[in-house]
Structure formats: structure tokens, C-alpha cells
Design a binder for this molecule. Sequence first.
Ligand SMILES: Cc1cc2nc3c(=O)[nH]c(=O)nc-3n(C[C@H](O)[C@H](O)[C@H](O)COP(=O)(O)OP(=O)(O)OC[C@H]3O[C@@H](n4cnc5c(N)ncnc54)[C@H](O)[C@@H]3O)c2cc1C
Length: 396
Amino acid sequence: MEQVEFVVVGCGPAGGVAAREASRAGVRTVVLEKDSTVGAKRVCAAGLRPGFCATFDLPRAIVHCDTPRLALFDPAGKEYELAIVPGHTTTREELDGTIGDLARTDGADIRTSSLFRGLRREGNRLLIDYADLKSGEHKTIATQNVFFAQGSTAKLEDTELAYPQWQNGLVTTLQYRVYLDRPAAAVAYTSLEMHYFATLDGRMTVAWMFPKRDHLAIGLGVMGKMAGAQLREELDRFTDRVRARLYPAATFTTKLEGHLLYGGAPRPAVAVPGAMVGGTAAGLVDATNGEGIYEAAMSGRFAADAVSASRAQPHRAYQRYGTALKNRFYSRLRHRAELMRYLECKPSRYSALFDQLGKSARFVDLLQREDHERTLGDKAFLYGQALRFAARTFHG
Ligand SMILES: Cc1cc2nc3c(=O)[nH]c(=O)nc-3n(C[C@H](O)[C@H](O)[C@H](O)COP(=O)(O)OP(=O)(O)OC[C@H]3O[C@@H](n4cnc5c(N)ncnc54)[C@H](O)[C@@H]3O)c2cc1C
């Protein structure tokens, strides 16, 4: 039977970065990716954090627009403008495709059209079963460590990584790529827009407009399930509002795409002997805005570090990974999931929060940072802001 040191399941940002960095460190790595082309089918607004390309050693050429402006819209449609450290936009074809190409250059064996089917334990090794969708054959690889990075559709229920609350955190999303016959208003190409409002049936939704070189990504997500026709109607209503502001006179064509996202608290168990889970499959998504590419890529880095640092004792990799991941992201992501559930209870809470953010550049700046990047003074400041927000919204 084929045997490798490290198997990665899924070649999104989490799996791609894990494969690239593990291979670079000399670890023999195989990636199983179900799609025939890496990144071709990913549905995403693809907003990137400031410095993303430098952090993950990616060419700037994948950046479509630099976005120094964040515009938040409350449930009444009022706009709050925040100055942020400029983020960027790209497309997932380019992002995932580029990471995949670089991983191959660094020696990773990326097997496309390879669908992960299951995991078995045999002594101290793992047997990974997958289907080769081109030949129709069922295949098995033996490995010492596997990194699960299949995104929101990860089926881990039958493993020790199972999380019964997972289904409750799933978000249904739908997005248009809008191709215009002439440019939209200039402000569209420097802004990330996030809108928070109630759907016709009273559920809170998060919607966005993110600019790209040749199109605008306009989409929305709702917690749980929503019938396709209803979701499409909501998206059409939202798109009409964006059109009225940003491209009233343009003619356009659209491409519709949809996928599941996760918007709950992170998965409690992310590492068991031999197996680690990262990216969206680990629930590493900021529930307030759907951001998860950075977290996914960073989890891939942690997995690669853990495997390469534990080559003499591969059974230790999972502990190293679990500790790094939880220390880095869990506190913030749990708070974001709680904040989102609190905001969703009353529309006026969004306005109160955005108003507070609009008045304090420091508050905005600190919210963009991880816990470990904050000083004691920063934490005290945030605590004060949280108390102020709670006092303003508790009764209102
Ligand atoms: C509509 C939408 C908009 C978003 N916008 C943003 C944004 O602007 N900024 C941001 O930071 N985040 C955004 N996100 C979140 C972002 O997409 C995720 O955080 C990110 O994709 C997570 O990367 P990942 O590698 O964990 O998983 P994914 O990107 O989902 O990749 C998983 C990979 O695994 C493969 N796979 C799945 N099952 C199997 C299997 N059984 N066998 C083999 N391969 C498999 C898939 O084909 C895929 O290539 C958005 C998400 C959605 C749905």
C-alpha cells in the first residue's frame, strides 16, 4: 500500500498552505482534492486581510482591488464609514489556484478529482480511503498524520472530531458575480460593503458588495436553511439596492453561485492522535462578517509546522497543532459568534455598535487584531467599549 508522511484533504486555503509549507520543509505530502481544478468551484467574496500576500508569500498579482474603506450598513440602511488598514480582494480561482501551483512547485503531490471517503486506524497508522473520480477506482493511502480541510461540508460525524452542534452553525449563501458594461461609481472599487438587515420572513441576514477587477461580488448569507426561490428573491432585492447606489445606468450580466458557510462557534475538538482539522471544517470563521480565509491559511501553516517539527515523533503533531490553533483563534472567534447572536436579537444593536465603531479609530483597529497582538491597555480599552455597548443596548 502507498505510504506517505502527511495527507491533506481539500485544497482550499487551509489545505493548500498546509501542503505547500509541509512540502517545503521536506515532508512527503499528498493532497486529495475532489474538484478537477483547484479553486475553480469555490464560492466566495474573497476579501483578504491587509498583508495577506506577504504573510503567505503569495504574488501581489492575485490582488484585484485594494480596499481602504469599510462601509457598514445597519438594518435601516444607514451607512457607517470606517477607515481600516487596506484589505484586498481577489478571486478564489486565483488564490487557491496560485497556492496549489506553488505547493506543487515545492513538491506536494496534489491529486485532483480525488474524493475523500473515510478514515480507518490500523495500529499507529491511519488508512485514508478515497475515490479516484477519473478512473472510478477506490484507493487507500497509509499515513501518520492527516489534515482535514474540506470546508463547511466536512463530514466528521463518525470521527472523534465530531461536533453535534455543527449543523446549527451552517449558513446558506447565494452570490451574484455582476459584470458591468461600464465601471461602477469609483467608490465601489475602494470599498468593502457589509449590510445587516432582516429578510422578508424576519431573519437577520449579512450581505456584501466586494469589488473585483472585472465584476462586483454581491451576495448574502442566512443562518440555517432557506428555500432556493426565497433566497434568490432576497438576493435580487439586495442587488437592486446596490445597483441604485453604485451602477444605476449600467447594463450587466450576472452569474449566480451558492454554497454553505459556517457561522457558529469553532469546533471544540480539532486534533486527535494522527488527525487535525482546520479552516472552515474547524469552524474558523468570523461569525460577524464571514471572514475565514486568513484563519484557514493560518491553520494550514500550524498543521505544516506541527507535522514538520514532529517528524521524529509523528504521533505528537496533533498536540502541537491543537494548542497553536486554540491559542491563536478560539477566544476571538467564540466572542464573535456570541456577539453576532446578541446583535441578531434586536436590529437597534447593530446601529449602536456601528455608531461606536465610527467614533473610535482605535476600537476599529483593535477589533482587527488577534488577542495576542493586544497590550493590557488595549484589552482594558476594549473592555470599556464592550461595557459601553452593553449599557447602551441592554434595554434598547
Ligand atoms: C459566499 C461566501 C463568501 C465568503 N467571503 C469571504 C471573504 O470575503 N473573506 C474571507 O476571508 N472569507 C470568506 N468566506 C469564507 C471562506 O470561503 C472560507 O473561510 C475559506 O474558504 C475556508 O478555506 P478552507 O480551506 O477551510 O475550505 P474551502 O475553501 O471550503 O476548501 C475546501 C476544499 O476541500 C475540497 N473538498 C471538500 N470535500 C472534499 C472531499 N470529500 N474530498 C476531497 N476534497 C474535498 C473542496 O473541493 C475545496 O477545494 C466566504 C464564504 C462564502 C461561502
